[in-house]
Ligand binder design. Structure first.
Ligand code: 13P
Ligand code: SF4
Length: 301
């Protein structure tokens, strides 16, 4: 059986749309209707009228799609594909913080569970975090969760003090400044892009810190022809495909998010055959978690 052809046939039969994150495996990106970063995928999910969404990304992303398209059946082909950083902001702990600090604005990176989103004021992604924080009145105290690296990088860039939750991305937190120095030595003249989930000392050595969507736009529009890419290496597939005349180098050792790589073509096929595994959220969670996501989407892009 040609698995790609069968996925295509079932996708049409189910009137399904396949959304995939920039870090997923090449064969997943190839069968997707849309590949993007967290913000772009949220916008797609919100605008999506399809009765079935197959979400190829980690669990919080599929939950966000369900929150934004509650009428749709949202399939998460491998339920074991989670985001360890999202699990670092436990919903009970965030609820307790909310109770103790009613006047603090809680800004939640979209990398949080649906349950945690029910206790926060506004969400952001790495693609819109600067604009989201700038939309909060200066006199307000902010708690940023769960990524302390992203929070610290934003606080420095925007000159805005923020309280930080002690979370981190195991993949990006491991990208050491030495790796950037080594990449610069190996590829002198290349522009170095990193993700803002990296350590501040790592970001300090890069030319730009951008979301995955921001990186793709930057390399497309840049007159430069060589780039060192300081994020999960799944993104290099799309970069090379869209810019065949440019050169892209991963860091050494290559940063991999094992959870993004858990989703296989077989998982997608079985999900379309069985209409399972589904993201199931109770109506109250959907209604409450939608508030901070809608606030984020209302912030001018
Ligand atoms: P982006 O929003 O930049 O795609 O990042 C999502 C993510 O999980 C990065 O680790
Ligand atoms: Fe989560 Fe990090 Fe993987 Fe992104 S790369 S999904 S933040 S573990």
């Amino acid at each position: 059986m040609d698995i790609g052809r069968e996925i295509d046939r079932l996708k049409k039969e189910r009137a399904a749309v396949i959304l995939a994150h920039n870090y997923t495996a090449p064969e997943i990106q190839d069968i997707a209707d849309f590949v993007g970063d967290s913000l772009e995928l949220s916008r797609k999910a919100a605008a999506c009228r399809a009765p079935v969404i197959v979400f190829c990304g980690v669990k919080f992303m599929a939950e966000t799609a369900k929150i934004l398209s509650p009428e749709a059946v949202v399939l998460h082909p491998n339920p074991n594909s989670g985001c360890p950083m999202a699990d670092m902001a436990d919903s009970a702990a965030v609820a307790a913080y909310r109770k103790a600090h009613p006047d603090t604005v809680i800004v939640a990176y979209v990398n949080t569970t649906a349950a945690t989103k029910t206790h926060v004021d506004i969400c952001c992604t790495s693609g819109n975090a600067e604009k989201v924080i700038a939309s909060i009145p200066k006199e307000k105290r902010i708690l940023f969760l769960p990524d302390a690296n992203l929070g610290r990088n934003l606080a420095k860039k925007l000159n805005r003090p923020m309280e930080l939750w002690p979370g981190f991305c195991p993949t990006h937190n491991r990208i050491l400044p030495e790796w950037i120095a080594a990449a610069r030595a190996a590829h002198p003249g290349a522009t170095v892009l990193v993700h803002p989930e990296c350590l501040p000392a790592t970001v300090a050595l890069a030319d730009r810190a951008l979301s995955t969507g921001g990186m793709l736009k930057f390399v497309r529009e840049s007159a430069e022809t060589e780039f060192v890419i300081g994020t999960e290496t799944g993104i290099l597939y799309r970069m090379k495909k869209e810019n065949p005349e440019k050169k892209f180098y991963p860091l050494e050792p290559e940063p991999i998010c094992p959870n993004m790589k858990k989703i296989t073509l077989e998982d997608v096929l079985f999900a379309l055959q069985d209409l399972s595994p589904r993201i199931e959220l109770d109506p109250e969670t959907i209604a409450l978690a939608r508030i901070p996501i809608d606030r984020m989407l209302e912030v001018r892009p």
